[in-house]
Design a protein. Structure first.
Length: 170
């Protein structure tokens, strides 16, 4: 048992965080007291923290936007953004396109971006040294999910022919 110097209660060692510099290897305050302290400190200094965050965002906005533009021009950045958009419109009811994707029952069955990226580069054989450019990710079966074997790269004109309207007219 160890006594907390803040609340003066005897507590088991598991109630204290680790601290290498201390003789016993534990902090002086128990985890509950530390949490209380930080909660109260944030409540008192909340405006200072929020002001700093806004100020920091404002001064570094140009750098951030520049970095994002640069990253999205890479293959990895471009595919990551497309994966996020696929996931968003299939799973978020607030998305504008949700009715045409998630609302119809279409799901993104890739568990992560890494699995998606592997499928694009290895299974589809996309050369990462090549630019994506105007290529779009398209589902082969328009009523199927985003999954292995049902996605491909296509041009805009090919993608426009793979719609529910076009299939009804033909």
């Amino acid at each position: 048992m160890k006594q907390c110097t803040r609340c003066s209660r005897d507590r088991p060692p598991s109630m204290f965080s680790k601290r290498k510099r201390a003789k016993d290897g534990l902090t002086a305050w128990c985890k509950e007291c530390v949490a209380e302290y930080h909660k109260e400190h944030y409540r008192v200094h909340r405006l200072k923290y929020l002001g700093y965050q806004k100020e920091h965002r404002g001064t570094h906005r140009i750098e951030t936007v520049g970095y994002q533009k640069q990253y999205r021009q890479t293959i990895n950045g471009c595919l990551r953004k497309r994966y996020q958009l696929i996931d968003y419109r299939c799973s978020n009811p607030k998305a504008v396109d949700y009715g045409r994707y998630g609302g119809r029952g279409i799901k993104n069955l890739f568990r992560s971006f890494d699995e998606f990226f592997y499928h694009i580069t290895v299974v589809l054989g996309f050369d990462t040294r090549k630019k994506i450019g105007d290529l779009q990710i398209d589902r082969i079966d328009n009523d199927g999910h985003y999954e292995e074997g049902n996605i491909r790269f296509s041009t805009r004109s090919e993608n426009m022919l793979n719609t529910r309207r076009k299939k009804c007219l033909l």
